[in-house]
Design a binder for this molecule. Structure first.
Ligand SMILES: [Zn+2]
Ligand SMILES: [Zn+2]
Length: 297
């Protein structure tokens, strides 16, 4: 991964002067681990405020998403930092299904559980098959996380969809000629059965979110690899280039504005070409989600 420490030598954090571990490519800032966490926590707070913000004593589900499980853990940490003093509970939910699981090393789980206000859960998903595209993967994450949130009595879900991923989803939707795929590129929250599902890393570039995971040692592996979820050539052009990731947001918003009246899938909340269940949800066949406590030790 470009820029995540090790080669920075004695470089100092641009904010606080401590030893820097990361150079943020799009801003040129040098950051220490603490200031990187705080910067992403501020982004998460701003993003959440667009859908009502955090209320004291609320619960927020953050999935170790199939789309990017390590970024889910990084989001949980940034969210925890963003809600200091608010007594918000961060429910980290790790999914598994028949023949697959998102794996999080025991020491990582123990560290997260030790932060306070964090609870760990395992979600068993009954699926017909794993998603094979980025869009289907994000939609599945939204659908199962919303069901898990309802079981846990949490009012909101934070998804670790970054600006980079949203841009990929937009380009993918346009190249495929499937404009209904633009709902995965939008920053607005989607409501599924009364649960607000928000892309809380929407204003964060993928590289910075990955850097937080790397700096904090937040490792996790899932059954869906990024290369297999989006087109290889597209990924090689767009991925890790934050200079390409900030201008498309407005264009995406304008395009999506044309789609406002389109029906939404009742499982994932995404746009769908016909009412009911979208082609992606129909493909993976999510039937049930069971949530139970995850004991890290
Ligand atoms: Zn610093
Ligand atoms: Zn759907």
């Amino acid at each position: 991964m470009r820029g995540t420490g090790l080669a920075l030598g004695e470089a100092r954090c641009s904010v606080c002067g401590r030893r820097a571990v990361y150079k943020r490519a799009y801003s040129g800032e040098l950051l220490c681990g603490r200031c990187l966490l705080r910067a992403l926590a501020r982004s998460v707070k701003r993003q959440a405020s667009r859908s009502g913000g955090f209320r004291p004593r609320m619960g927020v589900v953050v999935p170790a998403a199939l789309e990017a499980p390590h970024l889910g853990l990084a989001l949980a940490m940034a969210l925890h930092e963003a809600t200091r003093g608010l007594d918000v509970t961060v429910h980290i939910v790790v999914p598994e299904g028949r023949g697959w699981a998102v794996e999080v090393p025991r020491e990582v789980l123990a560290r997260l559980a030790g932060m306070g206000r964090v609870r760990l859960w395992r979600a068993r998903l009954q699926l017909r098959r794993l998603p094979s595209t980025l869009r289907a993967c994000i939609r599945l994450d939204r659908a199962w996380s919303a069901l898990a949130a309802r079981q846990l009595g949490a009012g909101a879900v934070g998804l670790p969809v970054t600006r980079t991923t949203a841009t990929l989803a937009a380009v993918d939707a346009l190249l495929r000629g499937e404009p209904w795929g633009l709902s995965e590129a939008l920053e607005e929250s989607v409501y599924i059965g009364g649960i607000a599902v928000a892309p809380l890393f929407y204003s964060v570039e993928g590289e910075a979110a990955s850097a937080l995971a790397a700096v904090e040692g937040l490792k996790a592996w899932g059954p869906c690899k990024p290369e297999s979820l989006s087109w290889g050539p597209l990924m090689s052009v767009l991925h890790g280039r934050p200079e390409l990731e900030f201008s498309p947001a407005k264009a995406i918003g304008l395009l999506a504005g044309q789609l406002r009246g389109m029906p939404r899938c009742r499982l994932c909340g995404g746009y769908t070409p016909r009412p009911g269940v979208c082609p992606d949800c129909a493909g993976v066949g999510l039937e049930a989600v069971e949530v139970e406590p995850l004991h890290e030790a």
